[in-house]
Design a protein around this ligand. Sequence first.
Ligand code: ES4
Ligand code: ZN
Length: 319
Amino acid sequence: MNRPFCELHLHIEGTLEPATIFQLARQQRLTLPYADEDDLARRYRFTDLQSFLDLYYDNMRVLRSEDDFFALAWAYFLRAGIAGIAHVELFVDPQAHSVRGVAETTVLRGLRRAMDRAREELAISSSIIACVLRDQPVDSAHAMLEAVLSADVAVTGLGLDSAEAGHPPSRFAAVFADARAAGLHVVAHAGEEGPADYVWEALDVLGAERIDHGIHALDDSALVQRLVADRIPLTVCPLSNVRLRVVEDVAELPIRRMLDDGLCVTINSDDPAYFGGYLDDNLRSIQDAFGLTDGDLDKLCENSIAASFLPDSEKARLR
Ligand code: ES4
Ligand code: ZN
């Protein structure tokens, strides 16, 4: 990838590779419910979003100390360097750790150390977007936001993730209003497994500045017009959509239509350890399927820069 891509939809816990899970378990003398790495890797076959989330949350048991979060993020940055990524806005799920007794500050400090090192040694810039687990109570989301805002590590934004069906964005209107009042950027997963209506809610109720996935937005032409008019980017994750059975094959994704309709579509890796590839692999997967030209790749790279929350001076440096 000889273009300065920005990765805008990357769950840092979704970069936890089987080898790292076993390494961290050995260090902590934890016994895992899997015989070995291959046994674990064989379970990376999913029927839908929930079947993935069950394993994703379960594997987090190996993430306990600040050093564990450093190790997780540093391994990701080394791989991101190979992919040629210039900037990452990484998602983290603080509630998935606080529920196990791991404080928000422990998580954020470990990530921050890896981010500082990535900037110095790999020239990769990054920021953190803390995500609300939409299948958990609203009170828990409020508590997470408060803890994150009072931590000594800054975050750039608030996101919304986890099981989408039956969990509309509007439940979290007050939490996202607080986040905006505190100066955070706002993004939300919507239209991954859920309907176009959830994308409307993410925009109109939460004030989302980007939509994560948004595949089902294309079912609603008025919504597409709105996304184009307001220049709301979509962070599409091709290999994720295949592995979670949103589509059978990447060729079914409406990426060509998104480009032709003037949507600000970006390509991202979501949970690369679970879905079979990092950002470079995701780009390769659609390059053949859609016959992407150099011009298309330039456009996807430019979209990723434009859609980032970098200050204009940093965007200009990447262009
Ligand atoms: C996620 Cl693919 C996806 N969708 C929703 N929530 C998530 N958390 C981690 N990966
Ligand atoms: Zn995601």
